[in-house]
Design a protein around this ligand. Structure first.
Ligand SMILES: [Zn+2]
Length: 170
């Protein structure tokens, strides 16, 4: 191993520059999908949890991560996909949520872990109250459970009339 010593912190820093392919303003770190970084015997192992199982962007994310680390001189990179525990929007950083809003996507408003879910069989959970990312109005309406990607729902603002994507809680 003749390459200069690389620290785990440096790798986290580099990963912070890897953008999510669906939402280019948010990094994979701010999105909260990078679970672990380990350096073992000259190999860099990055553990990633998909935002939801079968998310088509995952392959692209794995490739971008590998490419970014190679560009920093790490030639042995392994991406490990971990499905459990499942990703929740709670893992998204505050910076990530702010970037999402700046991009015109309403960030998740609920804590994903919802105790009322215990009674899920009895009553359906109401659609969350989402503020319009354009004008801030709380008067919004769910128009479709599925937005531009399956991870998002489509909303419409009743005040400024703009449609917008809402990043769904999982
Ligand atoms: Zn609005």
């Amino acid at each position: 191993m003749s390459a200069p010593e690389v620290t785990v912190d440096e790798v986290w820093g580099w990963l912070g520059e890897v953008a999510d392919p669906e939402i280019p303003v948010i990094s994979v770190v701010d999105l909260g999908i990078v679970r672990d970084v380990a350096l073992r015997d000259g190999e860099c192992v990055v553990t990633i949890t998909p935002t939801y199982s079968g998310c088509p962007a995952m392959q692209v994310i794995a490739e971008s991560v590998e490419e970014a680390l190679r560009a920093h001189g790490l030639d042995r990179v392994r991406i490990v996909s971990r499905l459990s525990p499942a990703w929740t929007t709670d893992w998204m950083s505050a910076a990530g949520k702010a970037a999402l809003k700046g991009y015109g996507i309403a960030p998740p408003v609920q804590q994903a872990i919802d105790i009322s879910g215990l009674h899920a069989g009895i009553r359906r959970r109401a659609a969350p109250e989402v503020s319009c990312p354009h004008c801030g109005s709380p008067h919004t309406q769910l128009t479709s459970e599925f937005g531009s990607t399956p991870c998002k729902a489509l909303y419409k603002c009743l005040d400024c009339r703009e449609p917008f994507d809402y990043f769904k809680c999982h």
